[in-house]
Design a protein around this ligand. Structure first.
Ligand SMILES: [Zn+2]
Length: 680
């Protein structure tokens, strides 16, 4: 535990260009230093280091972060290790924080579990080569599955003898207590005090943390006569949580970030086999269906996931559902389907590594295209079932958090289904709104449940289809919901306001703290000048007009600033984003900060010319950006409304639409007038 003060002193002393300069040859260019990226292969430099902001960003592979993050990524250090490295470099004495008794106890328990796990891993691995039974049974099994000694060592594979207490006795002799053996799950204790090895008679797959520590095990049974489960896993403990761990992540992490892609397979053996075939960016979710935490683990290295499926029909249908979670987390999902009856391991064994790699390269498919194709296969000419397929596809697309990506997927699905994009967009709008309603109902239920005793659950009648159209009270809920999007709004998103949104976010990120003089009027009508930070001006304008961003990431960034402004907390800075575990957010924020075409450079250049002052230039920039954003949003609404008016058959509704249209046109004129004043 390094104290907060020490961390601050390390951060203050650290010069990012010096830290990175030890690994990368950097040249000064303007305010930045540039060089060739150490994380991907390149000949022309696209790796930028900004000394003033303390961050780096590669425009080639997208990697970004601060000095600590660089050392962690480059040297594969943990966070404390990286801090210690920097402390040593800058001669800063590390002050350790004193732990409370409870923290100490937890730490002792964790240490004990780490120790015994590592001890067990070494023991099992050792038996594989230095014990007669280990060689005859364990090693023979791995060899028979085509695994080389190299790969067996890389993954630390091992063997637990088929005796009751072989491991437990060995651990006891080496001083491990029954308590730690039980907590680690390596030994099972019965009520009568007897105990036995959990993994007896199994080959062992140790599960490593990202930094290479043994957390637990997965053991595969060898004898076929027993009714034992094929795989047994360590129970969750103070150090092991299977929903937070991926099998192979330690061995795969470098390759994942280098290839900017992660292959997801089903079994441990598939992972090992893929690595042996040279496809090292492969992991598996061991023993669980994929969880959000596991996806976030991948997201630390890449937003791109390719899921590998075995070729049997039942497997595919089940797997289709599991992928929805990946979409919700904003991952870019692709799919490779193996021929019927093959899995990655069997394919690699049958055809060899070159052909496996070739197969992966040539059979990768966008997930939406894949799903559409698979579902359409049994439907083809049946229009009713085709509309079911449409719903199913749209359900998936509705989960994608980024609006721009949603549009792309809709376009893709429309072409695959050979249907009009508008039809899919309407369906998308309906689905999103139904999802919102469902969510709100669940929230309301949760709230009422916490105040009233739960009523016994009644199973819903299974033959009644769910209502497709929202009921009247649902409609109210829908209208109240701030995230409600009418079909016309979704149509408007066809031409997203991305450029305008980016400009605003860029101003927030780079000049949020910069104070600008603003003319104000007090209660008695006296005018005075107050200095207002750029972030406050922008947040106020956007909130007052109730505007939202089309791009989900920009919305996320804006919300962070809004929250800071509204709670009067310090604004997020480069360090804040560099430490963010959300890779996409981090990369977007830092690239807008280091971007060589950033606003800062523009007005630094203009400083040589006789422009009025930095403040007034920036003030104009802010005003212009806010107004352009508003204008774009109004245009979107007008366009959408025109579409709705064309389609509308009801006269009363027409009148309402026309009034609304007129209002928008007036508003547009006003904004244009303001904008002209600013621009001129
Ligand atoms: Zn790079």
């Amino acid at each position: 535990m390094i104290s907060k003060e020490t961390i601050q002193r390390i951060m203050d002393a650290t010069r990012i260009e010096e830290v990175i300069g030890e690994f990368v040859s950097l040249k000064k260019r303007g305010a930045n230093h540039i060089g060739c990226c150490p994380f991907h292969n390149e000949k022309t430099p696209s790796f930028y280091v900004s000394p003033s902001k303390g961050i780096y960003k590669c425009f080639g592979c997208g990697k970004s972060g601060n000095a600590v993050g660089f050392i962690m990524d480059h040297e594969h250090y943990t966070y404390p290790e990286a801090l210690r490295y920097l402390a040593q470099k800058y001669n800063i004495e590390i002050e350790e924080e004193r732990m409370t008794e409870e923290q100490k106890e937890r730490q002792t328990e964790r240490d004990g579990l780490f120790h015994v796990s590592e001890f067990a891993q070494k023991y099992f691995a050792d038996l594989l080569y230095n014990d007669e039974m280990g060689r005859a049974i364990g090693l023979a099994y791995f060899h028979q599955r085509g695994l080389s000694d190299d790969i067996i060592r890389t993954f630390g594979l091992g063997y637990c003898p088929d005796e009751w207490r072989n491991f437990t006795d060995h651990a006891r002799r080496n001083g491990y207590s029954d308590e730690v053996l039980e907590k680690s799950g390596l030994t099972i204790f019965k009520e009568d005090g007897k105990c036995y090895d959990r993994f007896r008679g199994r080959v062992m797959f140790p599960i490593f943390s990202i930094s290479g520590r043994v957390l637990g095990f997965s053991g595969r049974v060898l004898s076929s006569e027993k009714q034992a489960a094929k795989y047994v896993n360590s129970p969750d403990s103070e150090i092991y949580d299977k929903s937070h761990t991926l099998y192979g992540i330690y061995q795969a992490r470098n390759a994942i970030s280098k290839e900017d892609k992660c292959f997801l397979v089903e079994g441990n053996v598939d992972v090992v086999s893929m690595h042996q075939s040279g496809v090292c960016n492969t992991v598996a979710s061991c023993g669980t269906s994929l969880t959000t935490e596991q996806i976030r683990l991948i997201k630390r290295f890449t937003p791109n996931v390719t899921v590998l499926y075995d070729g049997d029909k039942a497997g595919i249908k089940a797997a289709l559902r599991a992928v929805n979670l990946l979409f919700e987390e904003g991952m870019h999902v692709r799919v490779v389907l193996f021929p019927d009856g093959e899995d990655p391991d069997s394919y690699a064994q049958k055809y060899g590594s070159t052909q496996l790699q070739e197969y992966l390269r040539t059979h990768e498919e966008n997930f939406v295209a894949f799903k559409t194709r698979v579902l359409l296969e049994d439907v083809e000419q049946d229009p009713i079932r085709k509309s079911e397929v449409l719903k199913e596809i749209v359900n998936t697309i509705a989960l994608v958090p980024d609006r721009i990506e949603q549009q792309d997927y809709i376009r893709l699905a429309a072409s695959k289904l050979r249907m009009n994009e508008q039809v899919l967009l309407q369906e998308l709008a309906k689905t999103i709104n139904l999802n919102i309603i469902k969510q709100r109902k669940e929230e309301a239920q949760k709230q009422s449940q916490s105040t009233t005793p739960p009523t016994p659950a009644v199973a819903p009648p299974s033959n009644v289809p769910p209502p497709l159209e929202p009921e009247p009270d649902d409609y109210e809920l829908m209208r109240q919901s701030s995230t409600y999007r009418a079909p016309e709004q979704i149509l408007a998103a066809e031409r997203p306001a991305e450029a305008q949104e980016e400009k605003l976010v860029r101003l927030l990120l780079n000049f949020g703290n910069k104070e600008l003089p603003e003319e104000m009027t007090d209660d008695e009508g006296n005018t005075f000048t107050a200095n207002i930070p750029v972030a406050n001006i922008i947040v106020e304008e956007v909130v007052a007009s109730d505007l939202t961003f089309d791009n989900k990431l920009y919305q996320q960034l804006f919300d962070l600033y809004r929250q800071a402004v509204e709670t009067e907390q310090p604004l997020p800075d480069a360090n804040f984003f560099a430490n963010s575990s959300d890779l996409m957010l981090r990369n977007k924020a830092l690239s807008l900060m280091v971007d060589s075409y950033s606003v800062s450079d523009l007005w630094l250049k203009e400083k040589h010319i006789a422009v009025p002052s930095i403040e007034s230039r920036l003030y104009k920039d802010v005003e212009e950006s806010v107004l352009s954003f508003k204008l774009k949003k109004i245009d979107q609404q007008i366009e959408a409304l025109s579409y709705v008016m064309r389609e509308c058959k009801n006269e009363d509704e027409q009148m309402i639409h026309m009034a609304k249209h007129q209002q928008l046109v007036e508003l547009r004129k006003a904004v244009c007038k303001l904008l002209r004043r600013v621009v001129v």
